[in-house]
Design a protein around this ligand. Structure first.
Ligand SMILES: NC(=O)c1ccc[n+]([C@@H]2O[C@H](COP(=O)([O-])OP(=O)(O)OC[C@H]3O[C@@H](n4cnc5c(N)ncnc54)[C@H](OP(=O)(O)O)[C@@H]3O)[C@@H](O)[C@H]2O)c1
Length: 200
């Protein structure tokens, strides 16, 4: 299984740090090209490799850590995403209302985003916490930070829950995008709390 993160901003770099900490190789790309990423990838270690977006999209699992509008641009890099899992970290509710309406027409953002990566199995995950909270260490005896995972594809949801576990989180699968997944896309729902799962 190969992994790539598109977006080297606040949340993309944070996510890359989780891979680096667990020694899992990951590619990372941004809009300005790999030459702009030397400093941050060197800090994270040899397992994090800066590449062009075109190389990043060749990975089996591609995390979209870009804004909601850029999601469309990155989705258009491939005509066919069949065989890949795209993890959608975007929070469309951060956009101004009129832009949300124009982009998503009242639909759930991840439903629309899924259409922007045709053939891919889209999974919504890692979007519900600010990057600083996501990155805050939780002592082992206290537990693991919860991340919510939603997809219309049960196998892809299970795969990303497995990845989240390997990265040190306690994933909770909430089902399909239009069902449990709806919660992950609504500002101020319970899932936007910093939840810790205690060891049982
Ligand atoms: N910040 C948070 O705490 C947080 C938490 C959870 C979820 N989210 C969501 O995660 C997404 C990213 O947030 P962020 O705060 O990390 O944003 P950010 O700091 O502005 O970073 C956005 C990244 O996307 C890259 N990008 C934009 N267009 C691109 C394109 N066409 N091709 C490749 N890369 C492109 C940018 O590249 P350049 O660096 O070259 O400009 C940048 O690295 C948003 O949808 C946000 O709602 C954010």
């Amino acid at each position: 299984m190969t992994y790539a993160i598109i977006g080297s901003g606040l949340v993309g770099t944070t996510l890359a740090g989780f891979f680096a900490a667990k020694g899992i190789p990951v590619l990372i790309a941004n809009s300005r090209g790999p030459g702009t990423l030397g400093g941050s990838t060197a800090e994270l270690g040899a397992g994090v490799k800066a590449v062009a977006v075109e190389e990043a999209v060749a990975a089996d699992i591609v995390f979209f850590a870009v804004g909601s509008i850029a999601f469309k641009t990155v989705g258009a890099v491939l005509d066919d995403w069949t065989g890949k899992i795209v993890v959608d970290l975007t929070n469309g509710f951060m956009l101004p209302r009129d832009v949300q309406e124009a982009e998503f027409g009242g639909r759930l953002t991840s439903e629309v985003n899924a259409e922007r990566v045709p053939g891919a199995k889209l999974v919504k995950a890692f979007n519900q916490l600010p990057f600083k909270v996501l990155a805050k260490p939780v002592p082992d005896d206290i537990g693991k930070r919860v991340v919510f995972v939603s997809s219309d594809h049960a196998d892809a949801s299970a795969t990303i829950a497995g990845v989240a576990e390997r990265l040190g989180f306690a994933p909770i699968e909430v089902g399909k995008i239009a069902e449990g997944g709806r919660l992950i896309q609504a500002r101020a729902s319970l899932v936007f709390q910093n939840l810790i799962k205690y060891p049982m």
